[in-house]
Write a protein that binds this ligand. Structure first.
Ligand code: NAD
Length: 255
């Protein structure tokens, strides 16, 4: 059917764990060859081996997305190995934990690193991937932003993270418009609170309970809840989707 991605070449950044790992498996199961890219190479070596064990052609790539040269080398390594690049999920992102008066006290290095990975990094990826895709007039780019690009996350407010994700959303819309008549779709997914290791710590237990209360669906997202949107945005069925921000949050932003 039209959701079939047989033989397509996909990359996922931040694929070493969490959401990115789930997206890599989802794309692989839909028929893609998958390059799994991460700063922590041992993580993507494991994910690549898991994919290969399922019969999915895979490649592990070490990349720091905040480094433009690294990102260009990542795209080149993938095109060299698989001969093409059809689908790119720019998913790597970071968040620093919050203390009281965080925005008064946040070290400059944390502010800058948040922007460097979550905003600059996504742009460098779009640029390198776009260069390849625009040349052949076809491609799908899907960034992982966050509902925190639209709402203010709480009760622990992270201004740097929120600003970086708002930037990611608006950059996605800008590139989505810029490349819309050149065969390259740029869209983003914006997860709500996801049940990943990061959000499962003991310190976060009361906050997690508050999130669940405030979510109409009465649970956090599972990483699997995000896979369907990626398959849709990677398939020809989304050819008329440009600069979408697909918020997948169990209704959190409705209240
Ligand atoms: P995670 O921390 O579990 O995994 C992120 C992966 O990205 C890690 O393997 C890490 O090594 C890698 N990474 C970090 N910096 C990198 C860099 N500079 N270059 C390459 N790789 C790097 O995170 P996750 O929860 O799976 O989140 C994935 C994305 O989803 C992020 O962009 C995050 O902001 C976003 N998001 C997460 C949630 C949530 O609740 N978990 C909610 C909304 C959005």
């Amino acid at each position: 059917g039209k959701f079939n991605l047989d033989g397509k070449v996909a990359l996922v950044t931040g694929a070493g764990q969490g959401i990115g790992e789930a997206l890599a498996h989802g794309l692989g199961e839909a028929g893609c060859k998958v390059a799994v890219c991460d700063l922590e190479f041992s993580r993507v070596e494991r994910v690549a081996a898991d994919l290969a064990a399922k019969g999915i052609p895979s490649l592990a790539v070490k990349v720091d997305v905040s480094n433009k040269e690294d990102v260009e080398a990542m795209v080149k390594a993938i095109v060299d190995k698989f001969g093409d690049l059809d689908i790119a999920c720019n998913n790597a992102g970071i968040v620093y934990s919050t203390t009281e008066n965080h925005s008064v006290d946040i070290p400059q290095t944390q502010w800058e690193r948040t922007m460097a990975v979550n905003l600059n990094g996504v742009f460098y990826c779009c640029q390198a991937e776009g260069k390849h895709m625009l040349k052949k007039g076809k491609g799908k780019i899907i960034n992982t932003a966050s509902m925190s690009g639209t709402i203010v996350n709480h009760p622990q407010i992270q201004a740097a993270y929120n600003a970086s994700k708002a930037g990611c959303v608006h950059m996605t819309k800008s590139l989505g418009a810029e490349w819309a008549d050149r065969g390259v779709n740029v869209n983003c997914i914006s997860p709500g609170y996801v049940d990943t290791a990061l959000n499962r710590t003991e310190a976060l237990t009361p906050i997690r309970e508050q999130w669940i209360r405030e979510t109409p669906a009465k649970r956090l997202a599972d990483v699997q809840d995000l896979v369907g949107a990626i398959i849709y945005l990677a398939s020809p069925l989304s050819d008329y989707c440009n600069g979408l921000d697909m918020i997948i949050d169990g209704g959190f932003t409705l209240w």
